[in-house]
Design a protein around this ligand. Structure first.
Ligand code: NAD
Ligand code: DAU
Length: 339
């Protein structure tokens, strides 16, 4: 397999690259990443050293038609997996524009370059957030109408619509995956779990939005990566597959788990001004992926959290490295306005 991965220096892309290297050492992979604040080239140092000529990094933007066309012409890829995105909901509330540029226009450019070059398959990596929000009951199915509530999820839904339209209009082989909240190593410390870990270890207050009862379905990142691999190898052209972790939980419970694993108590919890448009509950029905792909999450929340918190404890230098410049500027204002 000759594969173009975009956004491979981010959280899920990094985990995907390490896992695929283990499982398919014969694959040739090019990782193209813009290296935004969320992309870290250092994540892949050991993979780069070990993989030799079967892995290449290219610094670039998924919206750059000339670059993407040139890469495809040079490397004759069998498939593209598009992970690249602006991924943080709070940042999309602060400034939606980059989300539209990368998540909509960039994704469209990938689809278009793939179409023109006759790439056999594109896997478009999307999210449960495109479905909007649930009440106390029910689950998202692949047929649930899209009703995004944040600029981030609207931009992801826009790309999903384009992916669907490219399949219908041009007969292009595109598979869309929609996954719930991932956690694990290399997640940027603006997201709930690594953010709360960082604050708990420093003994700082943990900012919980609203009443802390918003529910997310947590999936260990490797389980998501295995789902993407299945979609790539076995997915039906034009299909959408939901992936979830079968671990629905209110945020406050996640926060308490982190406090316990870091040896802290509840006195650090601070309820702060809610995120605008905050979705109340997500829950994924992934029966289709189970039936057609054989997908099943295998890591429990308890196991995944032990591994994840263990990784962050052992990688304090990584955390320090990524918490600089643009990271600090955003975090300072965002949380000051919420205190
Ligand atoms: P991330 O923010 O950690 O990483 C994104 C990566 O994309 C970074 O390396 C960044 O440098 C790169 N990038 C951004 N803009 C780019 C551009 N224009 N061109 C090339 N590279 C660019 O995100 P993540 O959490 O790893 O998410 C990866 C994908 O999975 C995203 O599409 C996201 O919407 C989706 N997703 C994430 C989750 C989750 O819980 N994190 C769940 C479901 C789906
Ligand atoms: O559901 C999939 C999505 O999960 C992905 O598509 C997104 O890319 C990814 O960022 C994630 O989005 P969320 O908004 O759910 O993740 P986040 O870690 O930002 O927040 C998780 C929950 O925790 C959410 O209900 C908001 C809450 N939260 C978050 C932060 C950062 C807090 O209460 N306090 C915080 O400081």
């Amino acid at each position: 397999m000759r594969l173009l991965i975009t956004g491979g220096c981010g959280f899920i892309g990094t985990n995907f690259l390490y896992l695929m290297r283990q499982r398919h050492p014969d694959w040739f992979i090019v990782n193209m990443d813009k290296l935004t604040y969320a992309g870290n080239l250092g994540n892949l140092r050991s993979l780069e050293a070990e993989a030799g000529g079967s892995y290449t990094f290219v610094h670039g933007d998924i919206g750059d038609r000339e670059l993407v066309t040139g890469l495809i012409a040079r490397h004759a890829f069998d498939a593209i997996v598009n992970f690249a995105a602006e991924s943080h909901v709070d940042r999309s509330i602060d400034d939606p524009a980059p989300f539209v540029v990368t998540n909509v226009l960039g994704a469209q450019n990938i689809l278009d370059c793939a179409r023109r070059a006759g790439i056999k398959r594109v896997v478009h990596v999307s999210t449960d957030e495109v479905y909007g929000t649930l009440g106390p009951e029910g689950q998202f199915h692949e047929t649930t109408p899209l009703a995004p509530n944040s600029p981030y999820s609207a931009s992801k839904a826009g790309a999903d619509m384009l992916a669907r339209a490219y399949h219908e209009t041009y007969g292009q082989d595109i598979v869309i995956t929609r996954c719930s909240n991932n956690y694990g190593p290399y997640q940027f410390p603006e997201k709930l779990i690594p953010l709360m870990f960082t604050k708990a270890t420093r003994g700082e207050p943990l900012p919980v939005y609203g009443d802390g009862m918003n529910v997310r379905d947590w999936i260990y990142v490797d389980d998501h990566c295995l789902g993407v691999e299945l979609a790539l190898l076995k997915g039906r052209a034009g299909a959408v597959y939901n992936f979830g972790g079968a671990a629905e939980m209110p945020n406050i419970e996640v926060v308490r788990t982190i406090l316990r694993l870091t040896g802290r108590d509840d006195s650090l919890i601070r309820y702060v001004t809610d995120r605008p448009g905050h979705d109340r509950r997500y829950a994924m029905n992934f029966e289709l992926a189970a039936k057609e792909l054989g997908f099943a999450p295998s890591v429990t929340f308890a196991q995944g959290m032990e591994r994840t918190i263990g990784w962050y404890k052992a990688n304090a230098a990584w955390l320090a490295e990524v918490q600089s410049g643009a990271y600090l500027a955003f975090m300072d204002t965002w949380y000051k306005e919420r205190a």
